[in-house]
Design a protein around this ligand. Structure first.
Ligand code: 5GP
Ligand code: ZN
Length: 111
């Protein structure tokens, strides 16, 4: 647990939150500022700053399993996943998370 990390606090229950899905090492909860009708964040319980620091292959698999489990739970088949890595790429919370967005049309390439 990293002090003053908002996602550590959410993932470890220090800030009470509703989870869309939870497994041993991953939680999924709704983004506070949704960019689509569905906007979830898939977050490891352990503090990993960004994708650059993610080494644990089992955790990688569990994160993607959580994407599939939570979208399946909501009956969503079309969705966009985004991982912002580093400031220039738009990362604002330095605790790894996968954005999962659905419920509207997305264009590509993204701005
Ligand atoms: P990033 O820009 O780091 O890829 O995405 C951070 C995301 O976390 C943003 O979409 C932002 O709305 C979301 N966020 C920031 N603080 C909180 C919070 O306290 N609770 C929740 N649920 N989402 C948050
Ligand atoms: Zn953290």
């Amino acid at each position: 647990m990293s002090e003053n990390c908002i996602f550590c606090k959410i993932a470890n229950g220090e800030i009470p939150s509703q989870f869309v899905y939870e497994s041993d090492n991953v939680v999924v909860f709704n983004d506070i500022n949704p960019q689509a009708p569905v906007h979830m964040l898939v977050v490891p319980k352990v503090h990993v700053e960004s994708l650059n620091e993610l080494e644990d292959k089992n955790l990688m698999a569990e994160l993607f399993k959580a994407v599939k489990k939570s979208t399946k739970k909501l009956n969503i088949k079309d969705y966009r996943t985004v991982i912002n890595t580093g400031k220039e790429a738009g990362q604002e919370v330095f605790h790894l998370h996968i954005h999962v967005m659905a419920g509207r049309k997305f264009s590509w390439p993204a701005g």
